[in-house]
Design a protein around this ligand. Sequence first.
Ligand code: CUA
Length: 350
Amino acid sequence: MLARLLFLADLELFPPAASAQAGPIDDLYWFEVIVSAIMTVLIFAAIVLFAWKYRRRPGVEAVQIEGSTPLELTWSILPFLVMLVMFGWGAQLYFAAQQPPKDAMEIFVTGKQWMWKIQYPDGNREIDELHVPVGQPVKLTMASEDVIHSFSIPAFRIRHDVVPGHYDSVWFTPTKPGRYHLFCTEYCGNQHAGMIGWVTVMDQRAYNNWASGGGSQGTLAEQGEKLFQQFGCATCHLLDQQGRCPVLRDLYNKPVQLSDGRTVLADDAYLRESILEPNAKIVRGFEPNVMPNFRGQVSEENVIQLIGYIKSLSPQTPASQQGSQQPPVVLAPPGTPAKASPKPKPAPGR
Ligand code: CUA
C-alpha cells in the first residue's frame, strides 16, 4: 500500500507485486527504508549543525560536561523501540511465510544443475516453467539433486535456498494473472546465470485447460506406484497385511514409533529419509533394518513420486494434496506390471 504511494514504484525500480505476500513485505521494506532515511538525515544534520555551532572561536573556552543520563537514555531507548517494531513486524511476516495454509496446492520443485524441474500432483511435469492458478495458495516442496540452489520469484517476494539432503518449502498466493521471472539466486556453477524460467499465473479456467493437456504418465501417485513395483518395494511392504516391512497404508502424516523410543510424524521429510537412508529411523518392531539403501538409485523426482503414492494410500489426506482424483489403489502382487490407467479427465471447475 505504502509502495503504491511512492512514485518510485511506478518507475519499475521494483518487480511487480503479484502475490498476497508482496504487499505486506513491501510495507515493511518501505518502513525500514523510511526510518533509516529519517535517522540518516537527522544524524547528518546534527553533525553539520554541531560542527558549525561549536566550532573553535577566538576567546571562547570549551566547557567540559560529564554526560547526561536523560539524554543517553533517550537515544538508547528510542532506537531500541524502533528496532523492536522492525523485529516484531519482520518476525510476524517470517513466521507466516513458514506456515502454508492447509488447503494449499502442493507442487514439487527439484533443482538440478542447471534447471528447475516441476512436478504437479496430477502428473504434469515441466522444466523451468511453473503454472499456477490465481488466488490459490501454493506450497512448493523443494529438493536439490546436486548443489545448493535458491528458488526465487521476485514478483511474489519469495526466495528460499534449496539445499541437498532435505526438503525446503515456501508458499505463496498469486494474485495477478501474468508471466513472471523465476530465478536461481545462489551461485551454483558455471551456468548458474542460465538457471532461470517463467511462472505463469492463470485464471482458474485457463489453468484447468492447461492442466488437462499433460500428465500422460498418470498422476504423481500413479507414477510413484509404478516405481513402487519396479523397485520391488511391494514384495516387503504389503498393502493390507503385515509383511516384513511396515504397512504403508494410512501412514502419511501419522505418528510413527521408532525403535529408539522416539515418535516422529510420517511427513514428506520422514518418508524421503526412510527411502534414501532407511537406517536413520527404524520403526519399532522392525529392527534390525532389512530395507536396502536407495541413495543413488532413485532421483529426487522419483522420491517425490514414491511419496505421492504413499500419500494416496491415506484417504484422509486433503484432495488438494493428491491431485485431481483419488488414484485407484491396485493390490498388484509383486512382479505384476503396474496397471496403465488412463489419465483421469479433471472435473470442470476444479
Ligand atoms: Cu542453481 Cu544458481
